[in-house]
Ligand binder design. Structure first.
Ligand code: ATP
Length: 267
């Protein structure tokens, strides 16, 4: 865990909250996709989100990111409404597809949110790191001038992560960002993401279908159940950081994974 979080939590008694959901429900017409979700995500935390297909994992991220409204209940981000938080660039989204502009180089894609902000004349937060340093942080130094079609899928996803970090978000929402990648690339990016989390202190909400990925990354795993989508259990992963890939071969890791598999079967 980034050291700042521990210090701040100790000083105030309870950690500041990055995202808060209180009895939040989402409906699509008469269909209830999420029902009465209540949850506080501590500032600086890394939560992974698991659950059966269609249980509302993506819907939950879309709710938090102001893409869809709550039918009932409240959602706040660092004490602001989701709309205020979106306008203040408090959060950034990384999707399964990197969605880079094909005619712009890697560094130009990373710069894009800053350019859009400038064109709209809005004051937006800017990362302490330059776009080039952000590409370095995601392991892409030397590839600044490459076009998306010249990069592998994993590299494109790293550009998308650097782009997400350029407005210095306090909350990073990641919807299966590594789901389409081969296992070795995914392992590598998992390690890199933990490094980014520890260096920046950003809060992360990360949706995955992979139990090992959920255990490896998260301090807590949110297990959602389906029909309707709801919070089934919050599972604490008490494995120390920094985490190395070989952690996956330990009995503690296997125990967490087995527990989550059992839970998933009953969701
Ligand atoms: N725009 C929409 N209109 C109607 N129904 C929707 C809409 N978006 C999502 N749903 C429904 O809401 C439910 C939750 O969808 P969501 O995509 O959040 O699930 P998920 O857990 O992310 O699924 P998966 O693991 O398969 O990606 C599903 O039944 C889906 O069909």
């Amino acid at each position: 865990m980034p050291s700042g979080v521990t210090v701040q939590a100790a000083a105030t008694g309870s950690p500041p909250v990055a995202a808060s959901l209180k009895n939040a429900s989402v409906r699509f017409g008469s269909f209830t996709a999420i029902e009465n979700l209540t949850l506080d995500v501590e500032d600086g935390a890394f939560y992974t989100i698991l659950g059966p297909s269609g249980c509302g994992k993506s819907t939950m991220l879309r709710l938090v990111s102001d893409l869809i409204p709550a039918a009932t209940g409240e959602v706040s981000i660092f004490g602001k409404s989701t709309e205020e938080a979106r306008l203040a660039r408090e959060f950034a989204f990384v999707f399964q597809d990197a969605t880079l502009l094909p005619w712009r180089t890697a560094i130009q894609n990373v710069q894009l949110p800053l350019e859009i902000g400038r064109k709209r004349g809005v004051k937006i937060p800017v990362s302490d790191k330059s776009p080039s340093e952000l590409l370095d942080l995601v392991g892409l130094s030397g590839r600044e001038d490459a076009l998306p079609h010249e990069l592998s899928g994993g590299m494109r996803q790293r550009v998308a992560i650097a782009r997400a970090l350029v407005c210095k978000p306090k909350l990073l929402l990641m919807d299966e960002p590594f789901g389409a990648l081969d296992e070795m690339t995914r392992d590598h990016l998992n390690m890199q993401l933990l490094k980014i989390w520890q260096e920046t202190g950003v809060t992360i909400l990360f949706v995955t279908h992979s139990i090992p990925e959920a255990v490896f990354l998260g301090q807590k795993v949110l297990m959602l159940a389906a029909h309707p989508g709801r919070l089934r259990e919050v599972v604490e992963i008490d494995l120390p950081y920094p985490r190395e890939i070989k952690l996956r071969d330990t009995p503690e890791f296997t125990r967490h994974a087995a527990h989550l598999r059992e839970l998933l079967e009953t969701c």
